[in-house]
Design a protein around this ligand. Structure first.
Ligand code: SAH
Length: 418
């Protein structure tokens, strides 16, 4: 495949042997793909990121194989379990990519051409995701262990999805700071395009028939929040005939477009990133052929959601639907209490802006706070503000975002009538 021609390809000279303590052996036997540094008893030699590590128990039985990562407490990202016949390499990547594809086959609607092809550890790629936007493949890497193999992984996906013609490589902040040789000279936002070298990273795609544009070179995550697709579709149903809809933390207006297409008269998108609000306006413009979207009055507000809510409250504005989809407030366990306070503050302000019988949609992507704990707080806060909630639905991960492990389960969303 020409596109991935210059990407690194793994060619491991010799493997690292890792002997683990009982704790690590137990985790691997249960199929857990993270081998922590403190579970390692002995290691044959130190290795570079992405070298193949074979993991043994105390009796020298093979527990699995994976990629070595000296930069992380998760020292080995385990890719296969037990004495696998397929060594870590192109053939294994092809097998894992195919399994991920089979999991999604038939689950994406015909008028959607953007979805997640590989969802990290839940698709046996601990520390990497792959998203597809029309003909663009985005590989987002969170551990340097995958970098030496990017060419092999890209080839496997190009083979399975022949419509792919362009490729973007995205790196986590940690990787961006790593030395050039660890990154194989690649930088965050590296773009490769077959036949159109002037590509700037903008790509148009369809989600349930709505046209969106993503910036895969420098947009948040891989350019769009694909994980909220089903919740956006649900908003499209709930917003039928709605008057005013408020979309807080809107990013590029995902929920807003669905509300507008459903016929909402006015939609407010609020985000503190001016790029996000500009993208939201562009996405409205792209859908000018849709009568409802063209007729909807869209207000893009660049600002802090908390401050904007105060202003709207002062102006005595009331909405039929308020969507709250903040970034993760709890990035570490230590931040959990402050995060819950922030969610509570958000919920308190949000319910005040909803008219009687209106709808609150409250999402969270903090894996450290579970749905029950979070939504209990939302209910309490709403009741205390004299806006008790009648919850009618609660959702979690979509089919293209499988969550196999407790740690992978981050997305939760509740729907309630006020
Ligand atoms: N609902 C969106 C995704 C939201 S991601 C979708 O469906 O695509 C969270 C967004 O919140 C990001 O765009 C980020 O820029 C924005 N954000 C973070 N903190 C904010 C704040 N205090 N006020 C307003 N926006 C904020």
């Amino acid at each position: 495949m020409i596109l991935s021609h210059n990407l690194p390809r793994g060619n491991p000279p010799d493997r690292i042997a890792v002997r683990v303590k009982d704790k690590g052996a137990r985790a691997l036997r249960q199929g857990h793909p993270w081998l922590f540094e403190d579970s390692i008893e002995k290691i044959s030699r130190d290795g570079k990121p992405g070298e193949v590590a074979v993991v043994f128990d105390q009796d020298k039985a093979v527990l699995g194989a994976g990629l070595y990562d000296p930069s992380s407490p998760v020292r080995v990202k385990v890719l296969s379990f037990g004495p696998s016949k397929i060594p870590v390499g192109p053939e294994l990547f092809r097998k894992l990519c195919l399994e991920a594809k089979q999991l999604r086959d038939g689950k994406i609607s015909a008028d959607t051409n953007a979805w997640r092809l590989i969802n990290g550890e839940s698709d046996a790629f601990p520390g990497m995701v792959a998203d597809k936007y029309a003909d663009v493949l985005v590989l987002k890497v969170y551990t340097p262990a995958f970098i030496p193999w990017l060419g092999d992984i890209a080839d496997a996906l190009f083979e399975l999805y022949p419509e792919l013609r362009r490729l973007a490589i995205r790196f986590s902040r940690e990787i961006q700071r790593m030395p050039d040789e660890v990154r194989f000279g690649l930088i965050d936002g590296t773009l490769l395009a077959a036949g159109s070298p002037a590509w700037d990273g903008a790509v148009q795609f369809l989600e349930n028939g709505i046209i969106f544009e993503a910036d895969v070179k420098s947009g948040q995550k891989t350019g769009f929040f694909l994980d909220q697709r089903d919740n956006r579709a649900a908003v499209g149903e709930l917003a039928k005939g709605a008057g005013k809809v408020l979309n807080l933390f809107s990013y590029s207006g995902g929920f807003s477009l669905y509300a507008a297409r459903a016929g909402a008269a006015e939609v407010y998108s609020v985000d503190f990133s001016k790029h996000a609000i500009a993208a939201a306006s562009r996405n409205f413009a792209l859908n000018g052929n849709d009568r409802n979207i063209a007729a909807c009055k869209h207000f893009g507000i660049t600002g802090d959601a908390f401050a904007v809510m105060n202003e709207l409250d002062k102006d005595k504005k009331l909405f039929d639907i308020v969507i709250v989809d903040p970034p993760s407030f709890a990035k570490s366990a230590a931040e959990k209490d402050t995060a819950i306070k922030s969610y509570a503050r958000l919920a308190r302000s949000a319910v005040k802006l909803i008219r009687k019988n209106g709808i609150l949609i409250f999402a969270s992507c903090s894996s450290r706070i579970c749905a029950d704990e979070l939504f209990e707080v939302v209910h309490q806060v709403a009741a205390a503000a004299d806006r008790p909630l009648d919850e009618f639905s609660r959702t979690s991960h979509a089919a293209d975002h499988p969550a196999k492990f407790k740690e992978s389960n981050y997305l939760k969303c509740m729907y309630a009538r006020v």
